[in-house]
Design a protein around this ligand. Structure first.
Ligand SMILES: [Mn+2]
Length: 318
């Protein structure tokens, strides 16, 4: 039996579902949670979307439409994880794993571990929301305005508005289907991509001003300190767009944004173009993601973190 038919049977045979995605929510994470929650609710199922982590301000306009639950002890029949390759990126959710009879993983990362009873994973697809659109099409789902808008949000955010290589002809077809079904494209473009605060922009300018360049400027390293966020009164999610600035330069192949989480503890976001595989670099330090967008964490003083990242990009040294 194909996996989507298997999913169909599991949905038909069960009543209570918990829906989760990875920590540090992004557009694809939240879009897929909202779409799956609406899809199952519309079928009359009991659905508990779980809020594992703080939702960034820019997504509040869309997440306010559904009720999130905290990760407290309750029993469900099925746990569905979306957009999450590694179990450890779900944080401490042992209770949910223990209290569910079946775990389903739906994801598009090309790294990760096999933690589910049923895994629908396709790393050639731009976003979990695009994959979910394909699944819903096969399940003959009703693409309501809410579902279509949520799915389009994930497609737009994970492809950088169709900029990245991961957006192929099918991505445009899916986007077209979602728009035909009432996805609020203009609202998404406005709220997600054109609503940054001036203080967030000023903080980004300061990060960019101190950029350092390696391998003939093919690699750019940016530093985001806790002090800087405090100075401008912004959250790390308010300035995450800063990573795209130098990526848009023809000389630059890759950008690393080193974000201070606490003393000697850093989260690093990596972005690249073409065949520069940053997922391989992230994996060396226990991280993961996609060929052109990955993340990792390193606990060490800043200087050490920075040299590890520069070393990791030695493929650029030619
Ligand atoms: Mn994703």
């Amino acid at each position: 039996m194909n996996k989507i038919q298997e999913l169909k049977e599991i949905i038909a045979d069960n009543e209570r579902f918990a829906i989760i995605s990875h920590l540090s929510p992004d557009g694809d994470n939240l879009g897929s949670i909202i779409a799956m929650t609406n899809y199952l609710s519309d079928l009359g199922k009991l659905v508990y979307p779980i809020e594992l982590d703080n939702i960034p301000n820019k997504f509040k306009f869309i997440t306010d439409s559904i009720k999130f639950y905290d990760n407290s002890n309750f029993e469900v029949d099925v746990l569905i994880t979306l957009d999450c390759a590694d179990r450890k990126r779900l944080g401490n959710i042992d209770n949910l794993f223990d209290n569910s009879t079946k775990i389903i993983k739906i994801d598009h990362h090309n790294s990760g571990d096999d933690y589910a009873d049923l895994s629908i994973v396709d790393s050639d697809i731009s976003s979990t929301c695009e994959l979910l659109s394909e699944i819903f099409l096969e399940l003959d789902a009703n693409f309501t305005t809410d579902i279509s808008t949520a799915l389009l949000m994930g497609v737009l955010t994970d492809t950088g508005r169709f900029l990245f290589d991961s957006a192929d002809s099918r991505t445009f077809e899916i986007a077209s289907i979602l728009c035909s079904n009432g996805a609020k494209k203009d609202l998404l473009m406005d709220k997600i991509f054109q609503s940054e605060s001036l203080s967030a922009k000023r903080a980004q300018l300061e990060i960019l001003k101190d950029a350092s360049f390696y391998y003939d400027s093919k690699l750019v390293i940016l530093e985001q300190s806790l002090n800087l966020l405090k100075k401008y009164g912004v959250a790390d999610t308010d300035v995450e767009n800063v990573i795209n600035y130098f990526r848009e330069s023809s000389e630059v192949c890759a950008v690393a944004l080193i974000k201070e989480l606490s003393k000697d503890n850093y989260k690093i976001s990596l972005r690249s173009k073409g065949n520069i595989n940053v997922c391989e670099i992230a994996k060396k330090h226990g991280g993961g993601g996609h060929i052109n967008a990955s993340g990792l964490k390193i606990e060490a003083p800043y200087k050490e973190v920075k040299s590890k990242i520069i070393e990791g990009f030695d493929i650029l040294d030619k």
